[in-house]
Design a protein around this ligand. Structure first.
Ligand code: UD1
Ligand code: UDP
Length: 355
């Protein structure tokens, strides 16, 4: 019998995470019902990824849109429940740590449909992040947990979760491997920005604790403005809206642009001298392309990039940004941290065997 998997997606990083996995599932004859919550909806936050990465069109889009945590998660919860009852999948596959992840997982768990969590076991141990609640709650109602790293496996064990746990590598690494050459050939982002390899810093910021607080955001941009290096900053819509509301402007060396598609963004990552970010996915991608990363957060769940010496945390010490961007502080070597590029295929095979 054919296995039926309902995959829940909704936010930008989840489109990237499903790119190769959806393909692997379909290769094995799995019937995948791709359900988009509508959490992200701008063309450059959603559709562009489907076009560029060849992701099949979503079967359903709830069109939930933006809202407060409770309203957004609640609306998705009701809609995922309805869809699960209607489509009767053998399992529900969720990615990462967004409100879409939690809503789909909770709806499935209460209906006794097995939950499969990809990117399980990640922890920042900072409960002021909405994502930390989403991760913990999702892991605790999951039947199968796919961990990118051994650290993630150990985090789960500390919370008593050992059954159904598999370390398979990182699905974003698979995607990065597949599309790196495509990006190098097809993207003209560097040219469009008038920037050259190794001469600029790439920036992304969207964590509420950095961008919802006017003082914090102003001090981040001020610190960036004091460094005499050109910066390319594709601005997340949350950040853009806040900058406008707070009246914060880009310093002269910082080129604020609209969010980019995956291929353009990847070209900017691969050619950057350094990356400044508070994104989870971008910290990993910096490592994949061998570019040192400065993470403007008090901690990270991707601890192995820090331990390998390729990622530095900067929080209160923003005055160190200048030296961090100009000194060479990372090692020559890059240990293999995120698997062999076949995480998606491993997930697909396991799901077919198990469900
Ligand atoms: C969400 C996730 C976060 C993830 C990020 C990836 C939660 C709690 N947060 O954060 O974990 O890292 O996505 O990007 O699930 N907006 C638009 N157009 C869009 C989408 C958003 O204008 O297509 C604006 C709206 O003003 C909205 C704001 O961005 O209120 C925030 O969007 P939301 O999806 O609530 O959270 P993110 O900050 O994107
Ligand atoms: N990304 C993109 N265009 C951009 C910024 C990010 O394609 O302008 C991609 C990036 O390559 C990565 C993903 O979006 O694959 C990361 O998403 P985001 O930073 O929004 O969320 P997080 O990973 O922090 O949850």
């Amino acid at each position: 019998v054919q296995v039926k998997v309902l995959t829940a997606i909704g936010a930008r990083p989840q489109f990237v995470k499903t790119a190769i996995l959806s393909e692997e599932l379909r290769k094995l004859g799995v019937e995948e019902i791709l359900v988009h919550s509508g959490q992200h909806y701008d063309d450059m936050m959603s559709d562009v990824f489907f076009r560029e990465l060849g992701i099949p069109a979503a079967d359903i889009n709830f069109g939930v849109g933006s809202g407060s945590h409770g309203a957004q998660t609640g609306e998705m919860l009701a809609k995922f429940e309805e869809t699960i009852l209607d489509r009767k999948p053998d399992c529900v596959l969720v990615h990462g740590d967004t409100n879409s992840t939690l809503a789909a997982a909770l709806a499935a768990a209460k209906l006794e449909v097995p939950v499969v969590h990809n990117e399980a076991g990640l922890r920042s141990y900072n409960r002021s992040m909405p994502e930390e609640h989403n991760r913990v709650l999702t892991d605790h109602c999951s039947d199968t947990l796919f961990c990118p790293t051994q650290v993630a496996v150990e985090n789960l064990a500390k919370e008593g979760i050992t059954d159904g746990v598999h370390q398979i590598g990182d699905v974003m690494f698979d995607v990065s491997q597949r599309f790196q050459n495509v990006a190098e050939k097809q993207s003209h982002a560097l040219q469009a920005l008038g920037m050259s390899r190794g001469e600029y810093v790439l920036v992304t910021l969207h964590r509420p604790y950095n961008v919802d607080d006017p003082e914090r955001m102003a001090s981040l941009l001020e610190a960036m403005g004091q460094v005499d290096i050109p910066m390319a900053f594709p601005v997340h819509p949350r950040t853009r809206a806040n900058m406008e509301q707070f009246g914060i402007e880009f310093p002269r060396n910082v080129h604020g642009i609209d969010p980019l598609g995956y291929l353009d963004f990847m070209q900017l990552e691969a050619n950057a001298r350094m990356i400044i970010t508070d994104s989870g996915g971008v910290q990993k991608e910096a490592y994949f392309v061998g570019v040192p990363c400065v993470t403007v957060r008090p901690e990270t769940e991707w601890v192995e990039t820090v331990n390998a010496g390729w990622n530095r945390l900067l929080w209160d010490n923003l005055d160190e940004l200048g030296t961090t961007l100009s000194e060479r502080w990372w090692p020559e070597q890059q240990p293999e941290l995120y698997g062999d590029g076949n995480a998606s295929a491993k997930i697909a095979e396991l799901l077919v065997r198990k469900y």
